[in-house]
Design a protein around this ligand. Structure first.
Ligand code: SAM
Length: 196
């Protein structure tokens, strides 16, 4: 089932909210990552810059054919060969990726889902030991120009708590991603910490 309140505005409006390259760096998605997974790729706002950074593949999932199409067009235009797009409902069916097969899970603007635990468990399952989950969401502030209604908008502490319940260790609890977002970096425990 489509995550509640996860429809997208026009692309130019959505893109104006982010500095994707900078955000990915702050959330630990860099050249140390081999394979990444984007849960709800939308317009490809983060899939495309992620594919330019990682050493391996970016597996991107979305329930909306228009979003898959928009991301595919960008990937083709840039001749990116390391993106695999999947039209699927990851809330109902998961990603279908094997256990422990990715290094980074992108959970960007999606944890207001009714069942965030399900999403975080799937991210935990597909990550290799030592892998990272990057969480980003709208600031808990009614003045942001968009974002889920306040009654379902998660606070950073809630996201961190959900991630811990799914088995993650929180590496960074609150990263400011101005102007409108915050980030959290969580790790699938492993003593050989790859993040600094
Ligand atoms: C708010 S948008 C965020 C897009 C992207 N992560 C970003 O931050 O630019 C959420 C995306 O998740 C997709 N989505 C919602 N529910 C989904 C589901 N159950 N399975 C797969 N994709 C889903 C929506 O179609 C939408 O493109």
């Amino acid at each position: 089932m489509k995550v509640r309140e996860s429809g997208m505005p026009a692309e130019n409006i959505w893109q104006s909210f982010f500095k994707p390259g900078q955000i990915l760096g702050l959330l630990g998605l860099d050249e140390r990552v081999a394979d990444a997974v984007d849960f709800g790729c939308g317009y490809g706002t983060f899939t495309i810059p992620a594919a330019l950074k990682v050493r391996g593949m970016v597996y991107s999932f979305d329930i909306d054919p228009q979003m898959i199409d928009a991301t595919r067009k960008k990937a083709l235009r840039r001749r990116l060969k390391n993106i695999r797009l999947h039209l699927c409902d990851f809330m109902s069916d998961g990603t279908g990726l094997p256990d422990a097969s990715a290094d980074y899970a992108m959970l960007y603007n999606i944890l207001h889902a009714k069942e965030p635990a399900r999403l975080l468990s799937e991210a935990f399952r597909i990550l290799r030991p030592g892998g990272t989950a990057g969480i980003m969401h709208w600031n808990y502030d009614p003045k942001t120009p968009r974002g889920p209604p306040m009654n379902i908008r998660p606070r950073p502490e809630q996201c961190a708590q959900w991630a811990e319940s799914a088995g993650f260790i929180i590496v960074k609890r609150h990263i400011s991603l101005p102007p409108y977002h915050y980030g959290i970096v969580a790790q699938k425990g492993d003593n050989k910490c790859r993040l600094s």
